[in-house]
Write a protein that binds this ligand. Structure first.
Ligand code: GLV
Length: 312
């Protein structure tokens, strides 16, 4: 049987199964397995995860490909220029993971500033001797400024959350326009980086990884943050210079770091494990049952529509 839809996993929920009822020429085969590579020859649709980059070489083996479905909002793992040139459509999963990702960024922020993991570890170690005036003191957030990189849906959802904590959100985004950002609960200023960084007691990354944002938070820009600033990244690892961030943590210039994403993940620079005031999560931004099911629905509906549409 020639395969029309090639997916690397069954996704979460029943949506892929339902798509397969309409398109029985479907195969689920592990990424880069022999079966997966062989099915490329006939595949009209491919479904991949954000951890499964596709190369131009992969696409050359897939001459009939009409659509790539990525089970993610980010599409930095796809050969976008070649897709454009060949007219291959891309279906991703924006909007449904906005709240889950903003929630996780907030969890990281509170985890870092209120030392939640350290407190839990103390309790579980059985060595807690009781309440003490200076035990595990963290930092408050009320009244402080939160710089948000990216004024898209996730950045704005994060702004609503920190605004509810009494923080003042300010935005930078790639468009660089200076008009204010309406984040739903209020309106915030959009600033160029040299103006935003020095006032950001908290800096949270919510922009996509593109050629423009790769290495955006480099050594020089991190040095513009106020002393003891807290940095949160739930977007993509390549945006942050991790070594520079670690140096600043060790020298006490950065107050804390909360990360959900890493350059080269799932490999983690082992130096992170020794970095102080750090909360590290394994890319859980969209990891709720509701969100992952909704992502599967969007993907399967989108791919199904494209395959069902008559050729132009
Ligand atoms: C998560 O990082 C996503 O891009 O969906």
């Amino acid at each position: 049987m020639s395969i029309r839809i090639l997916s690397t996993t069954p996704l979460v929920g029943r949506h892929l199964h339902t798509l397969g009822e309409n398109f029985p020429e479907m195969m689920i085969a592990p990424y880069r397995s022999i079966a997966w590579k062989m099915a490329l020859a006939s595949a009209e649709a491919m479904l991949v995860l954000l951890s499964e980059p596709l190369t131009e070489g992969d696409l050359e083996l897939a001459p009939r490909l009409k659509v790539i479905g990525s089970y993610s909002v980010g599409v930095n793992h796809l050969p976008l220029a070649l897709c454009r040139a060949r007219g291959i459509q891309i279906v991703n999963t924006p909007s449904v993971l906005t709240d889950a990702t903003a929630d996780l960024a907030l969890a990281l922020l509170l985890g870092v500033t209120r030392r939640i993991a350290e407190g839990e570890a103390l309790l579980r170690s059985g060595t807690w001797k009781g309440w003490a005036p200076d035990q595990l003191l963290g930092y408050g957030l009320t009244g402080k400024t939160c710089g948000i990189l990216g004024a898209g849906p996730i950045g704005r959802a994060f702004a609503r959350r920190v605004w509810a904590l009494g923080m003042k959100p300010v935005f930078w985004d790639r468009e660089g326009k200076h008009r204010p950002v309406d984040f739903g609960a209020g309106v915030a200023r959009r600033l160029p980086l040299p103006a935003l960084l020095p006032q950001s007691s908290v800096l949270s990354v919510h922009c996509p990884l593109t050629e423009e944002t790769r290495g955006l938070l480099n050594r020089a820009r991190l040095a513009c943050l106020p002393h003891h600033a807290v940095l949160i990244n739930t977007a993509r690892g390549g945006i942050l210079d991790e070594s520079a961030a670690m140096e600043r943590l060790h020298s006490g210039l950065l107050g804390g770091v909360g990360l959900d994403v890493y350059e080269g993940e799932p490999k983690l620079d082992p130096a992170w494990l020794r970095a102080p005031n750090t909360v590290l999560l394994p890319h859980l931004g969209s990891a709720t049952v509701e969100t992952r099911e909704a992502m599967a629905r969007i993907l399967c509906d989108g791919v199904g529509k494209i395959l069902a549409s008559p050729p132009c």
